[in-house]
Design a binder for this molecule. Structure first.
Ligand code: KG4
Ligand code: ZN
Length: 333
């Protein structure tokens, strides 16, 4: 089955075609980052309007690049949630409109399930069960994964998501949006010995996280400094190191608690090389999607949707989006 995947949950319009026999045929992405950068973060209304502008040309592009006619599409998968409601509704509407026009089934995909399964598009995919560390702009979760749709949340953030903490810290340091890649870049010039930030919640049992205090620690350090370029790099380094060390400690603990030794890391922050280096110290296997599929993309939605469509899941022609949606409520395949 050839599945058209559509992702519009936030500030990236992602479209792809996944073939259940041949794998990923094509994918295309339009990032709105530049548009939102001047406001220092995502402006939801602008995001929705831009998805409307970009989505149809992207669908045409992936069909052309896959070398197929729309008649050869056997199903449509779209991000149903979680995400920005207006942005989600653009994807839902286009997907359902096309499903009706082409008379093919459609399915709504959970955005974080998409991230979690993105590494299945790689040559050496992990086998179930595994622990997943999901680190994006809106989520920070450790999940026990026993199969598609079999998710148990082991721990999650009580306040800011990791990506969100990166974006806010970057803003504080005067860096542009999105902050994660900027912090990664400048932290390479940071002096590792200059600052030591705390590791939040590591002395408490359990697998939950909290990153808002670390962000405040970064603010206080920055405010008390010379606010020069070197301090910027030093704060960026110390902040990243504290976040990644905390994630490392909790992943190690998740291995102990589950008796598993396979980790899948996904979501925007998983693109970070400093994080990857730190997690390579875990005793076990660690899997990542390729860099371009760490952040939002249509390929992961096409893949997750294809699995669900093949299992007979159907959405019907409802125009339903779920801005908040827990992964634990998903159907097991
Ligand atoms: O998964 P994603 O593209 O969108 C959401 O579902 O939220 O993640 C975006 C987040 C942003 O907060 C961004 O700053 C962060 O991922 N991010 C990074 C890096 N690349 C993206 N954080 C740290 N290092 C990076 N290289
Ligand atoms: Zn995402």
């Amino acid at each position: 089955m050839r599945v058209l995947g559509i992702e519009t949950s936030c500030d990236e319009t992602g479209v792809a075609i996944y073939d259940t026999d041949q794998g990923l045929l094509s994918h295309a992405l339009y990032s709105q980052v530049e548009m939102h950068a001047r406001y220092g973060g995502v402006v939801p209304e602008l995001a929705s309007r831009d998805h409307v502008r970009r989505i149809i040309p992207l669908v045409e592009k992936v069909l052309e690049e896959a070398g197929i006619h729309s008649k050869e599409v056997g199903g449509i998968a779209y991000t149903e949630g979680p995400g920005l409601i207006g942005a989600l509704l653009v994807g839902v509407s286009v997907a359902q409109g096309l499903a009706w026009t082409w008379q093919v089934p459609s399915v709504g995909v959970h955005h974080m399930e998409g991230h979690l399964l993105a590494c299945m598009l790689e040559d050496n995919p992990p086998s179930f069960p595994f622990v997943a560390l999901l680190v994006s702009g809106g989520h920070t979760q450790l999940v026990r994964v026993d199969g598609v749709g079999q998710y148990k949340i082991l721990g999650e953030t009580l306040d800011d998501a990791v990506g969100e903490a990166f974006d806010k810290t970057a803003k504080l340091l005067g860096l542009s949006y999105p902050g994660g890649p900027m912090i990664e870049k400048i932290s390479l010039n940071g002096n590792p010995k200059q600052y030591k930030f705390p590791r939040p919640m590591v002395n408490r049992p359990g697998l939950d996280f909290s990153f808002s205090g670390l962000k405040t620690f970064a603010r206080n350090t920055w405010e008390a400094s010379e606010k020069d370029e070197q301090t910027q790099a030093d704060v960026a380094y110390a902040f990243s190191e504290a976040v990644f060390d905390t994630l490392f400690i909790k992943c190690k603990r998740a291995f102990q608690e589950t008796n598993l030794d396979r980790l899948v890391v996904a979501g925007g922050v998983s693109a970070n090389e400093q994080l990857r280096e730190r997690l390579s110290e875990l005793s076990g296997e660690v899997y990542y999607p390729r860099q371009e599929f760490c952040t939002d993309n249509g390929a992961m939605i096409a893949y997750a949707g294809a699995i669900r469509l093949m299992a007979g899941e159907r959405k019907g022609l409802s125009f339903h989006a779920q801005p908040r949606w827990t992964m634990e409520s998903l159907k097991a395949i």
